[in-house]
Design a protein around this ligand. Structure first.
Ligand code: HEC
Ligand code: HEC
Length: 332
């Protein structure tokens, strides 16, 4: 008897374990991929020597390069600085129009700040957070650092945080918002492709634009090549995404460029499965007929008006972005 009881117990336990692993397994697939743990993040941002001189001036150290994107993610009106670093003796390698291959140990940095008064930038800025993507053992790891009030240091925060931000906008209006710093779980919602964490911004098509360096206007890919950061290849084969704020660009390209950075990180065939199963593909290069935009025109605008999309990270509606999307969707 005792033997059978034990077998029953064992069987019960196995069935239970199976049930739970299936259940949890499907949860992982539904909501999130595991957070990569191949890099041990430092407690303090200063340990990375990203900035030289006083940290708050955001002057990059010599091995961090500033990059500029044509199409950007709206984040509650925050201004952003984007930097990349590849270990010396290594190089980023072209991989078509998409995200190039970054070497082991690469660091991608994005710092979020507000000018205290946008009409007078000399009054200084309030830096909120610095997000990092670090490649270790072939995997991209995510972390964010929250700046202290004196703006002398930023510390690791993996669980997300809400904080109030006040500033004066370009129209001299006082603004106050509840700013949300994403948790690691939220980072990987947007930064996933199939089951891997991936960078989103620095695709070659999004970097393929003019920039000003040392008072000279030049192509950014060419500049990165001449700095020895990007491998040398013929850049004339690389396509480009427009800046959605550039009024000289066609409305359809502006609308799609906006959706590429603000919606497609989740809504693409390899994105977050909860979003992917809605069947949208909002990437810039996808033919309109395959995006499913035409089938859900009203719902797209409704979800944006109600602040329900984007799903994570936005607490204040992007009014200019919404206006652009209304104009674009109504033109279809
Ligand atoms: C709502 C989606 C979303 C969330 C949430 C999000 N990101 Fe991003 N992130 C993006 C997009 C889109 C870009 C590229 C566009 C840009 O920089 O404006 C980006 C850019 C970055 C970059 C610059 C390199 C790159 O991939 O372009 C870093 C570093 C980064 N994110 C880290 C993080 C970390 C760390 C978190 C969590 C604390 C996080 N992100 C949360 C969407 C998101
Ligand atoms: C952080 C990931 C993420 C981002 C970024 C995002 N979405 Fe979504 N979206 C989702 C998820 C998850 C769902 C499904 C759950 C839900 O409906 O809330 C969804 C659902 C939707 C739906 C409803 C589809 C249906 O048939 O029910 C629409 C429309 C939509 N998103 C549009 C957008 C637009 C437009 C943007 C950009 C402005 C955007 N989304 C950005 C994750 C995202």
């Amino acid at each position: 008897m005792a033997f059978f009881k034990n077998v029953r117990r064992l069987l019960g336990a196995t069935v239970l374990t199976l049930f739970f692993s299936l259940f949890l397994g499907s949860c992982n697939k539904e909501y999130n991929i595991p957070i990569p743990q191949t890099v041990q993040f430092e407690q303090n941002l200063s340990a990375y020597n990203i900035f030289q001189g006083e940290m708050k001036n955001l002057v990059p150290s010599s091995d961090f390069y500033e990059i500029e994107l044509s199409s950007i993610l709206y984040s509650n009106y925050a201004k952003k600085q984007r930097l990349i670093m590849v270990p010396s003796g290594t190089i980023v390698t072209e991989n078509g129009n998409g995200i190039p291959v970054f070497p082991e140990g690469s660091i991608l940095v994005k710092t979020f700040y507000y000018f205290i008064d946008e009409t007078n930038e000399t009054l200084g800025k309030q830096i909120i957070e610095t997000r990092l993507l670090i490649k270790g053992q072939g995997e991209w790891n995510v972390a964010t650092y929250i700046w202290n009030e004196n703006q002398t240091e930023a510390t690791l925060e993996n669980n997300g945080l809400d904080t109030q931000v006040d500033w004066i906008d370009a129209a001299s209006d006082s603004r106050s918002i509840d700013y949300h710093v994403p948790s690691q779980n939220e980072c990987v919602k947007c930064h996933q492709s199939v089951s891997e964490v991936m960078p989103i911004g620095p695709s070659l098509r999004n970097l393929n634009r003019e920039v000003v360096r040392n008072s000279v206007t030049l192509n950014q890919l060419q500049h990165l090549q001449s700095e020895g950061v990007l491998n040398s290849f013929d850049i004339s084969g690389i396509s480009s995404i427009p800046d959605y704020n550039d009024l000289s660009v066609s409305l359809s390209d502006r609308g799609r460029a906006y959706m590429d950075m603000n919606c497609a990180s989740c809504h693409n065939p390899d994105g977050l499965s909860e979003a992917e199963k809605k069947g949208f593909d909002f990437r810039f290069e996808t033919e309109l007929g395959d995006t499913k935009i035409l089938k859900k025109k009203d719902l797209i605008i409704e979800m944006m008006e109600e602040g329900r999309m984007p799903d994570v990270g936005t607490t204040v509606i992007d009014q200019e972005g919404l206006d652009l999307m209304r104009e674009y969707i109504n033109s279809l």
